[in-house]
Design a protein around this ligand. Structure first.
Ligand code: 13P
Ligand code: SF4
Length: 303
């Protein structure tokens, strides 16, 4: 029996569904029931009938799925797969900003721990940050933890005053605009599609800025046949499936998220067999507040 067949059998036996982020390895995306960006996956987790969700993603994703579905079993193939940005908020700095502005809304990127979410008013993902922030009644916004997504949101919602702290995704922050421009010089007809977690210099050279699913749908609908991609290189798998006729170029220093790549077929099999690495969250005030922060995001998108 192949590993893929073993996973199929275990899924049926355990009434399990597999969700995978676009940044996971191709063999993981191949066996997933649903592949998506952070928003799609968090929403999907709330509407699936299965008893068990195997979340092929980093820890904040499994934690968010469990917060939104406390009665479900959420299993993480690799318990150590983490997102460094999800921890990058200094609570004392946040408290200081709260004291300065009476009407402040703290908007928290879903790439954050439950504790950070509990300090916040509403969660967002890169797919909905602009529209959610635009529709908030508050004039003053503190956007955590991603300073790049915060700056990009501020540019698109100029009527708000958006403050941010010093958080970032190391993979997107370290992408070099020079490498993107070098690719453009080699492929002048290629469109440059980048993620808003990228640094300002990279955003400045882009033809399109959007979440992972935004980048995919741009490529899918475009009549262009060459694209330079400024996001984690795991998305190559879905891009090639969506546009087998097109060529996708990634920066020479390949953007690779170590946490996402830790997930392998063997650990998917292991957690399905043993129930290991279950996300367990206490029913306490921190987790209840974090759940409300996520629920407000889903409600805001549905409005
Ligand atoms: P999206 O899934 O919202 O595109 O965010 C990218 C990311 O870094 C996920 O960790
Ligand atoms: Fe976190 Fe960046 Fe990896 Fe996304 S790509 S999970 S933001 S480290």
């Amino acid at each position: 029996m192949t590993k893929q067949e073993e996973i199929q059998n275990l899924k049926q036996e355990k009434n399990a569904v597999i969700l995978a982020h676009y940044y996971t390895r191709p063999e993981i995306q191949e066996i997933a029931d649903y592949i998506g960006d952070s928003y799609f996956l968090s929403k999907k987790a709330t509407i699936l009938p299965h008893r068990t969700i195997v979340f092929c993603g980093v820890s904040f994703m499994g934690e968010s799925a469990k917060l939104l579905n406390p009665s479900k079993i959420v299993l993480m193939p690799d318990a150590e797969a983490d997102c460094p940005m999800a921890h990058m908020v200094d609570q004392s700095a946040l408290k200081k900003v709260r004291q300065q502005y009476e009407d402040l809304a703290v908007v928290c990127y879903i790439n954050s721990t439950a504790e950070i979410k509990s300090w916040s008013d509403i969660s967002v993902t890169s797919a909905n940050a602009i529209s959610i922030v635009r529709n908030l009644p508050n004039k003053n916004i503190l956007f955590i933890p991603d300073k790049n997504l915060a700056r990009y949101t501020a540019e698109n919602v100029p009527e708000k005053s958006i403050l941010f702290l010093e958080g970032f995704c190391p993979i997107h922050e370290n992408m070099r605009a020079e490498e993107i421009q070098k690719l453009r010089a080699q492929h002048p007809a290629a469109k440059i599609l980048v993620h808003p977690e990228c640094n300002y210099a990279v955003l400045n050279v882009a033809d399109y800025i959007g979440s992972t699913s935004g980048i995919l749908s741009y490529a899918e609908k475009s009549s262009d046949i060459e694209f330079i991609i400024g996001t984690e290189s795991g998305v190559r798998y879905a891009l090639q499936q969506a546009r087998p006729d097109a060529t996708f170029y990634f920066p020479e220093t390949e953007p690779v998220c170590a946490g996402m790549k830790q997930i392998a077929l063997d650990n998917v099999i292991e957690v399905l067999k043993t129930g290991k690495n279950e996300v367990l969250l206490e029913d306490n005030s921190i987790n209840r507040a974090a759940r409300r922060t996520l629920e407000r995001m889903l409600e805001a998108v549905e409005k």
